[in-house]
Design a protein. Structure first.
Lengths: 695, 558
């Protein structure tokens, strides 16, 4: 069996930072768990900001001819609602779980590049700040979250332009910074998962959430360059007067063809944008695939097929982008081909739905709150899936595209899918993170409240779409027949918003309580539950050796029954034996003993076992990631507010950007010159980590 | 009060518990039953609400896509129905499966042993891969054939009338191409140009050619067929064959900036004879109804107050002919306004925002930014969009004249109307608050824009000048080409806030004619020592000429 050694990272005795608290420790932290928490808290904050924007939208549409918001303000609000929810709420929430869980699930002590991990988070915050500071400047992005050119363009040297304000600068530069953050985080996760798995954890023994993380990260690495390029070209159009997305321009009063094409933007954006949809949903699938087996007391049905389905969805996701452009008139053949590929993607998605039900079937299901939300996803995502199949039929889509039918569809997949799963994850892993259980009674109320108000808020949008209401309408007339369902939607939305207050109340109440959660409250199957809650900074005192896919269950219940049943089934009904568990080369009892040792390491906050831990080396905290992020923030901000400028010969450069560049370079230099290690005197570099503590 | 609110629920709970055979005392089981009922009720509500849209409509469904009025729309509808019913079966099956599984395999006290640890089941997994694939194949075949037939129909202009649509911010320009021409420029070959209103003969296939020179729009008449985007740099096509006379409603479906929500239009389907009558009327100069409001009763001329409107608006058969149309014109064409021919016969103003009444017209002209945020009326030269707090550029007196004039733009025999109206697209608040007034009587005194601008009546004097008009605004001339004989008169005035003057290059560069800020009209007679020929005229105030305030003047022999 292959053995994976932990790489030598920056080393320092764990005692130096683990128990520190206070602002400075959070600003300089490079602990994946703390960074995960930072991601999570940011996601919740931006979820509320995005929610607030949603409430403004719903207030405006609650009655015809409403002038609560001006048209321009409304346009900014829906643009920021979409941008915030996608880039600042759901994606960071997923990344929070990647960060917190993946090293724990694969038996690692941290991610591969802990300082890069911190940089990813600070850049997320920088991008989010750029996007939201636009409100203070009175120039919030206003061209929709997919910012179709030429609405985002300014024609250089011409008074007659489409978007002359700084709105688009805030949007484009904010997204660029967020793109760097996502790319860094994705590379980090990919390297971590490929290199830092505990001995014995083959790819097909990885927890399914880790699989989802890996595939999502690969998606991000492949998808983000497309939008990066698209935004660079847009900025060239805006700053330098190129015409990538403008087909014609007036030169001396004459209409002149420039060779640009607005459709170029759409292709580039959706080559990113459609995989982005899967970037939002695949982590949710991973979460649900972890939760349903635990609460059904049965392993995930068709693990291998679930992995292949994740990969198939990700792969096909790159071949369907034109279904966002069925009404752009690309011609019959491309339209037909992309309609077909879009239908194809429904197959692996359907397989996942049925495999989840298959996991529940024959189980002993306990409907705790995480399970309620997970099953809620299976149910509600199906609705979004079915309307998705409707859109895949291009002629039908010409009626539904850009109408509220589509708005209903993507809220069923993004809320009924992603957010249901993310809430399920909060209830499921909260005891892991804090050592305290969220209130189950409140949780159940929360679920049913969310479930009902979610449907009240989004189901009627289907009817609005069928009645011809286009999305992004700031106002509508009395006689349009849209009033009734808009009122229902608005009421539903406010109820839905209130459900989040309930969640936050539950969290606050639980954090204040002194009651400790059991170490393994859900009878879970995966490795992270073998550590104390919250886990110590080094996660595992002894790096575990993996013999089973559901390792913790194997420890607790053995694998005997499991195998007998499977063999039995194979004879009777031809049950699939996939990724079969190889236990020949390990002594299960020894392994279980190791894990007991990990679990016994006591309260990590008090570091009672410091004597035993002194050989575990963790990376130094570092503030250089923050410095680099601040530098990049200033560079981007200087490009938005380009005054004052520095004039050198014919060059005219924004001073703030130059200053930011200096800050960034200082940060990078400090980062690379930072002492690689300050090892303890008896440190022996030749001894791989993880083995030293056996001494 | 509070207790009473809860009582009905409790009674219903008791009743249902009794109905399903539970005693009132058996609380635990009753609660369990209620939870199950709740789940069932939720599912039922979801299913019921699929047919709900019909229940919630109070008459008007002007934008519905559920009741198509063209074969093209019906084809899409049939496809939708096929997927809908298949989807409904899948929906009910999956939801039932989830609820059934959840209830049947719920954990209870007898579960002391862990259940069978089943890892998968090959046959089942293959089944639920293959069955959906077959379902999708059933959808894919008609989908692909419909895609091809839709595109083919839009490409085939034989036996079809061709209508060119130009998406503007935020209204629609509609051109009827002359038969036999395939004019993508929207130029002079077009027979008829109108705005925000498409008229089509009944049972006649129409092919729309869609153009934009600004941002992307999307042309959508939900009752007819699906939408098609209007994309700068591309020609896009859409076709349908309306089968019932009537008024249908269209809208822009691709976000196109500030007033995207108010970029509506009307499709009037009418019997061939009515359509022909309209086409004829659109090509005539204004009728006798207009004479009373035109200078010297000459309907070919527009009132003085219309001077600044000339830059953007055309009216067939009048001197208002210079405004840009289509896409191959000057940079301001993005902001050029609708053709106003037969304006009085249109249903709405400001692209579907207001009902077309004199009161609404007056309010629209007085303060366009208040009525429709962001629109470009008056703001063309300044390069800014209209905002709510911006004053309109027209004085109430001028608005009074303009309303009377524009309301007179109708055939003497009345408008060539379409069939019955079936619903009201929108009625703006302005319209709701306005008082009903009498329309101008043909040949009678100017109409009173009544409640809106009572003071306007006094100042309402139809244009009186028999000379060439030239208006200076900030910063342009509304007329860029003048033709005057030696000895003829140019009536010029300053309608802007900045000082302007009038100079002819090489003639009076040193002594331009001053146009007072008061707006006083200057009558300038072309002197005899100005040789016939073509000159450039401009505003001599520094910077104004560079900003575009110049034009050509042709002096002809007396």
């Amino acid at each position: 069996m292959a053995t994976f050694a932990q790489p030598q990272t920056l080393v320092r005795p764990a005692s130096s930072s683990s128990s520190e608290s206070g602002l400075w420790s959070w600003l300089t932290t490079i602990d994946h768990k703390r960074i995960g928490i930072l991601y999570g808290v940011s996601a919740i904050v931006f979820l509320f900001i995005g929610g607030l924007e949603a409430m403004l939208i719903r207030l405006q549409l609650a009655r015809p001819e409403n002038d609560l918001l001006s048209l321009d303000t409304y346009n900014s609000v829906f643009t920021m609602h979409g941008t915030t929810m996608i880039f600042l709420a759901v994606m960071p929430a997923s990344t929070a779980w990647f960060n917190y869980l993946v090293p724990l699930q694969i038996g690692a002590r941290d991610v591969a590049f802990p300082r890069l991990n911190a940089l990813s988070f600070w850049l997320l915050l920088a991008g989010a700040l750029i996007l939201n500071l636009s409100f203070l400047a009175g120039a919030a992005p206003n061209a929709g979250w997919y910012g179709y050119a030429p609405l985002t363009e300014v024609l250089v040297g011409q008074t007659d332009t489409f978007n002359t304000g700084r709105n688009i600068e805030f949007w484009a530069l904010g997204l660029q910074v967020l793109g760097i953050s996502s790319l860094a985080a994705s590379f980090n996760m990919i390297v971590t998962i490929f290199n830092l798995r505990a001995p014995g954890m083959t790819l097909m023994r990885m927890p399914i959430f880790t699989w989802a993380t890996l595939i999502t990260s690969i998606l991000m690495v492949l998808a983000f360059p497309a939008i990066t390029v698209a935004l660079v070209l847009l900025q060239l159009d805006r700053f330098l007067g190129t015409h990538f997305y403008i087909p014609s321009q007036y030169v001396n009063g004459e209409l002149t063809l420039t060779g640009g094409d607005p459709l170029l933007w759409q292709h580039l954006f959706w080559i990113f944008g459609h995989p982005e949809v899967y970037i939002l949903i695949l982590p949710a699938f991973g979460i649900v695939s972890e939760i349903i087996p635990v609460f059904s007391r049965k392993p995930l049905f068709g693990y291998a097929v679930m992995v292949y389905a994740l990969a198939a969805i990700a792969f096909l996701g790159f071949g369907v982008w034109v279904h966002h452009m069925f009404t752009t008139g690309l011609g019959p053949t491309p339209t037909a081909i992309f309609a077909a590929t879009t239908m194809l993607i429904a197959i692996p998605t359907g397989v996942k739905i049925f495999n989840w039900v298959g996991t529940m079937w024959g189980g002993q299901i306990r409907f705790s709150t995480p399970m309620l939300f997970a099953v809620g996803l299976v149910s509600q995502f199906t609705i979004g899936g079915i309307s998705g199949v409707m859109h895949s039929s291009a002629p039908v889509d010409t009626q539904q595209n850009d109408s509220y039918f589509v708005v209903a569809h993507f809220h069923y997949v993004l809320f009924g899918g992603s957010i249901f799963a993310l809430i399920a994850a909060v209830y499921f892993w909260f005891p892991k993170i804090t050592g305290k259980m969220l209130d189950e009674r409140l949780g159940k109320i929360h679920f049913w409240w969310t479930f009902l108000s979610f449907n009240a808020a989004f189901f009627p949008m289907h009817f609005l779409g069928l009645e011809g209401m286009p999305r992004r309408y700031a106002s509508y007339g009395d006689g349009s027949g849209w009033w009734f369902w808009n009122v229902v939607v608005s009421i539903g939305s406010f109820a839905l918003a209130a459900s989040f207050v309930l969640l936050v109340y539950n969290i606050a109440k639980t954090l204040r309580s002194k009651e400790r959660a059991p170490e393994d409250p859900w009878d879970a199957a995966t490795l992270e539950w073998t550590t104390p809650s919250p886990p110590p900074v080094y996660n595992y005192k002894v790096i575990p050796t993996i013999t089973n896919r559901d390792q913790f269950w194997a420890d607790k219940y053995g694998t005997g029954q499991d195998h007998e049943e499977e063999a039995d089934l194979e004879v009777r009904i031809g049950g699939m034996k996939i990724g079969s568990v190889d236990t020949e080369d390990e002594n299960p009892e020894d392994q279980a003993a190791t894990r007991r040792q990990n679990a016994q390491s006591g309260d990590s906050q008090s570091l009672g076992n410091i004597e035993e831990d002194e050989h575990i080396h963790m990376p130094n905290p570092s503030f250089y990631p923050l410095v680099v992020a601040i530098g990049l923030f200033l560079v981007a901000f200087g490009m938005i507010y380009s005054y004052p400028r520095l004039e050198i010969e014919r060059l005219s450069l924004p001073v703030l950007s130059l200053f930011g560049l200096v800050v960034m370079l200082v940060g990078i230099a400090g980062w690379s010159l930072e002492p690689a290690s300050d090892p303890e005197p008896d440190h022996d570099e030749s001894v791989p980590l993880g083995t030293s503590s056996h001494a | 009060m509070r207790r009473r609110l809860f009582e009905p629920g409790r009674r219903v709970g008791d009743l249902t518990a009794r109905l399903i055979g539970l005693s009132g005392q058996d609380r635990a089981r009753r609660r369990q039953a209620m939870v199950r009922l709740g789940v069932l009720a939720t599912v039922m509500v979801l299913v019921l609400s699929l047919v709900g849209p019909v229940l919630a409509q109070d008459g008007g469904r002007p934008y519905t896509q559920t009741d198509p009025k063209s074969p093209e729309g019906l084809q899409i509808q049939d496809l939708y129905k096929l997927i809908f019913w298949m989807g409904l079966v899948v929906f009910v099956f999956v939801q039932f499966l989830i609820v059934y599984t959840a209830m049947r395999f719920k954990r209870n006290r007898s579960h002391t042993q862990r259940p069978n640890q089943i890892h998968g089941h090959r046959t089942l997994e293959i089944t639920w891969t293959v069955v959906p694939a077959i379902v999708l194949l059933i959808i894919a075949v008609p989908t692909i054939s419909t895609i091809y037939s839709t595109y083919a129909a839009a490409d085939d202009t034989d036996d079809a009338i061709v209508v060119e649509i130009y998406g503007k911010q935020w209204w629609w320009e509609v051109h009827y191409a002359a038969p036999g021409t395939d004019d993508v420029t929207g130029g002079e070959n077009d027979l008829v140009i109108t705005a925000n209103e498409v008229r089509i003969p009944e049972d006649q296939k129409v092919v729309f050619k869609l153009y934009s020179n600004n941002v992307i729009h999307s042309f959508w008449v939900p009752e007819m067929t699906g939408k098609m985007d209007v994309i700068p740099g591309h020609e896009r096509r859409l076709s349908f064959t309306p089968q019932e006379s009537g008024t249908y409603y269209g809208e822009c479906a691709e976000f196109c900036g500030t007033a995207h929500a108010w970029m509506r239009f009307i499709v009037k389907v009418q019997p061939q004879a009515e359509f022909d009558a309209w086409m004829t009327a659109m090509r005539q100069p204004p009728g006798p109804t207009t004479a009373a409001f035109a200078p010297d009763g000459d309907v070919a001329r527009t009132p003085t107050e219309f001077g600044r409107c000339l830059l953007c608006h055309n009216i067939t058969g009048t001197q208002a002919q210079g405004a840009a149309v289509g896409i191959t014109t000057d940079p301001t064409s993005n902001n050029a306004g609708p053709n106003l021919t037969l304006l009085a016969c249109r249903d709405t103003l400001a692209a579907g925002l207001l009902e077309n009444t004199p009161e609404n017209l007056a309010l629209w002209l007085l303060n366009p930014g208040h009525v429709k945020e962001g629109n470009y009326m008056y703001a063309v030269q300044a390069g800014v969009k209209n905002q709510d707090d911006q004053e309109g550029a027209l004085a109430p007196e001028e608005v009074g004249v303009l309303v009377a004039y524009l309301e007179s733009l109708r055939p003497e025999a009345g408008c060539p109307e379409a069939g019955t109206e079936r619903g009201n697209m929108n009625t703006g608040e302005v319209a709701a608050n306005a008082q009903p007034i009498e329309l101008p009587v043909p040949g009678g005194p100017p109409a009173t824009p009544a409640a809106a601008t009572p003071e306007a009546v006094a100042g309402a004097v139809p244009g009186t000048s028999g000379t060439v008009l030239l208006e200076g605004i900030d910063i342009n001339w509304t007329q860029k080409e003048l033709t005057v004989p030696v000895g003829g008169t140019i009536e010029m005035w300053n309608a802007g806030a900045a000082p302007h003057n009038f100079a002819i290059e090489g003639y009076n560069d040193d002594a331009p004619v001053d146009l007072p800020l008061s707006g006083e009209h200057i009558m300038w007679t072309v002197p005899a020592d100005l040789e016939p020929g073509t000159y450039v005229f401009y505003c001599e105030i520094p910077g104004h000429r560079a900003a575009g305030m110049e034009g050509t003047i042709t002096i002809t022999a007396p």
